[in-house]
Design a protein around this ligand. Structure first.
Ligand SMILES: [Zn+2]
Length: 348
């Protein structure tokens, strides 16, 4: 019984510590950066504040800002700017490079949302060095050049820069003098690219990204089956992977380039589906903006088999969550050898 003198303790599904209820706050099953769903929003009350904060500030930021999915947040804001579906969407990919034969090849870019609602790329302040051996340019962000010490470069004969202000230009000049770079040509300014150009966007599906995806899967299982289910020891390896980064990320999260085949407006929603396989592996499939499908193994050979199959579609534009008929988003290769066509996702 709960009383003022003996407050009931609650167990956190990530750190397993028992704490009073006031040390828990609302955990969103899917990181809020990917949308909220008014009364349909799925939340948990079994994640302590410490875990919520620590994971939100680390792995969840990596998923929201440094990924292809992060780029889609920008697109989504484009689609319905009046609703400001997802505030502060800003893609921060590892590298956005201009791919264009010639001296501008490989210059560093940032993706921005322009006033007319289209996505554009702009060069970031940077320094380029021309290699003596093959004439190719090596480009570094200006910030790294100014703050990172003398760069370790192959033999170069020319330097060029793109600075955004007179102050940056002065700092650049003084660093060139300070580093005593053996350059023969005088510094040049980076020419502006022309109108339409191709850019090559690169990102990495890092361990942090996999942990954040695994957290969505784990949260979903906790929401669907209750905290007591995921508190079982069978889930300890994935719990420790999510919370502390322990273990090999490939044991827990795999990614497939498949997309979910969905009806109409559901095509760019998020999908999460939970399933107990015949092998008694507990698997959750996660797709954010229907970019890729991640397959998360929450537990291997659970002691008993029971029917466990459910799925939801999260529509961040209409702010609705739907139950979906298909629970197998794809054939991820944990158990099946043969690939089968993905089922069509329908609302129930
Ligand atoms: Zn905790």
């Amino acid at each position: 019984m709960t009383s003022m003198n003996s407050p009931s303790l609650r167990k956190c599904i990530y750190c397993l510590e028992e704490k009073p209820a006031e040390e828990f706050n609302r955990e969103h099953v899917i990181n809020e950066a990917f949308g909220t769903y008014d009364e349909d929003t799925m939340t948990l009350d079994c994640v302590c504040r410490d875990c919520n904060q620590a994971l939100g500030d680390s792995i969840d930021l990596c998923l929201a800002r440094g990924t292809y999915e992060g780029l889609h947040r920008l697109r989504l804001s484009v689609r319905k700017p009046e609703e400001k579906v997802i505030a502060d969407a800003k893609a921060r990919l590892d590298e956005v490079l201009l791919v264009m034969p010639g001296p501008l090849d490989g210059i560093l870019l940032d993706i921005i949302l322009s006033a007319d609602g289209t996505m554009k790329v702009v060069p970031i302040p940077q320094v380029g060095f021309r290699r003596t051996d093959n004439g190719q340019w090596i480009n570094l962000p200006l910030k790294r050049f100014l703050e990172g010490g003398k760069p370790d470069l192959p033999k170069c004969d020319k330097i060029r820069s793109l600075c955004n202000s007179d102050e940056q230009t002065e700092q650049f000049k003084s660093k060139v003098a300070e580093y005593e770079l053996p350059l023969t040509g005088a510094p040049e300014s980076l020419p502006a690219p022309g109108d339409d150009v191709w850019v090559d966007v690169r990102w990495h599906i890092t361990e942090a990204v996999r942990r954040s995806i695994a957290k969505i899967a784990f949260n979903y299982a906790a929401h669907n089956q209750g905290a007591a289910f995921v508190l079982k020891a069978h889930f300890d390896p994935v719990r420790r992977f999510i919370r502390y980064g322990e273990g090999d990320c490939l044991d827990f999260v795999r990614v497939s380039p498949d997309r979910v085949t969905a009806e109409g407006s559901l095509q760019s929603c998020h999908f999460v589906a939970l399933e107990m396989k015949d092998t008694r592996d507990v698997i959750v499939s996660v797709s954010i903006f229907n970019s890729f499908i991640y397959s998360v193994r929450l537990a291997r050979t659970y002691p008993i088999w029971f029917r466990l199959a459910c799925g939801h579609c999260f529509d961040p534009v209409d702010k609705r969550v739907y139950e979906i008929a298909a629970t197998r988003l794809h054939i991820p290769g944990w158990t099946e050898k043969q690939r089968k066509p993905p089922p069509l996702i329908r609302r129930l």
